[in-house]
Design a binder for this molecule. Structure first.
Ligand SMILES: Nc1ncnc2c1ncn2[C@@H]1O[C@H](COP(=O)(O)OP(=O)(O)OP(=O)(O)O)[C@@H](O)[C@H]1O
Length: 271
């Protein structure tokens, strides 16, 4: 069943400069979609337009059968409460313990007093603890968030997003600040836990090899347009070069070639 439809979406931050150019796509429930593309291609803009952190210049975003791009106020908050976000820099409250950070995922679904005074129900606490167990962090529940490693913090970020029981998770470069091993753990857990809960997931990544390893569908974006949309097995080396062509041909940007050492360990090197 279709969960999300992006219809003829354009985004111009500055008049005449298209960050997204007539993008249309449809995402079904249960998909694990990875968006790849060079720096500045429009990946973050595409992710942010889905939950209206960025408003499209034109076009429509339909989520669960309703237009989120024309929703305002209470209605927009209601639709957003079904969408969990995972961020590159985790966005945890560092001085607060891990369990409370996970419980913060309930914000928007509980009263101001519940969240302000930490009076979450036992049921919510049990759910948060269960989620931490599923990512192997139950022992860390009462540690301050800033005592964790980056990979552990991102796993807390995953639990916090799931705490709101979302239909959709958007992850904007969730492993960009992590080493290859931690990246692999985070992506594996994100995939397993969202799959087990039937949550649809859309992730922006710079690493093509990681995309191929975990995605059920890969979308390649270049200069604000979708230039590839298919299964990981259909993403050929030629297509990767098409998506990243400009990057590869500009010697000065060589650092942005999307290959990390994890792929080398596995003998899957692209680019
Ligand atoms: N807030 C903004 N104001 C003006 N221009 C912006 C803004 N955000 C993004 N852009 C521009 O829109 C285009 C797409 O940017 P976007 O961040 O979506 O790309 P990206 O593929 O996510 O890049 P990266 O991988 O480097 O994060 C770029 O040309 C960028 O400079």
């Amino acid at each position: 069943m279709t969960l999300l439809e992006i219809k003829n979406v354009n985004k111009e931050y500055k008049a005449g400069q298209k960050a997204l150019n007539n993008v249309s796509l449809s995402i079904d429930e249960g998909e694990f979609v990875v968006i790849i593309g060079p720096s500045g291609a429009g990946k973050s803009t595409l992710i942010r337009i889905i939950n209206q952190l960025v408003a499209p210049t034109s076009g429509d975003v339909i989520f669960k059968g309703q237009s989120i791009s024309s929703a305002k106020g209470k209605e927009l908050r209601r639709l957003r409460s079904h969408i969990g976000m995972i961020f590159q820099h985790y966005n945890l409250i560092e001085r607060t313990n891990v369990l409370k950070n996970v419980l913060h995922g309930k914000l928007g679904q509980v009263s101001f007093f519940t969240s302000a005074f930490g009076r979450y129900s036992q049921e919510d606490r049990n759910t948060a603890m269960d989620l931490l167990k599923q990512v192997g962090l139950e022992d860390q529940a009462y540690k301050r968030a800033d005592e964790l490693s980056g990979g552990q913090m991102q796993r807390v970020g995953i639990c916090r997003a799931l705490m709101q029981n979302p239909a959709l998770i958007l992850a904007d470069e969730p492993i960009a600040s992590l080493d290859p091993k931690s990246s692999d753990v985070v992506m594996r857990q994100l995939k397993d836990i969202t799959e087990s809960k039937g949550v649809t997931t859309i992730v922006n990544l710079h690493q093509v090899d990681v995309a191929k390893k975990f995605a059920t569908r890969i979308i390649g974006v270049r200069k604000g347009e979708i230039v590839f949309d298919g299964k990981p097995s259909e993403l050929t080396d030629d297509m990767i070069e098409t998506i990243y062509n400009n990057e590869l041909s500009q010697a000065g940007k060589i650092k942005s070639i999307p290959v990390v050492s994890m792929s080398q360990e596995e003998g899957q090197v692209y680019g």
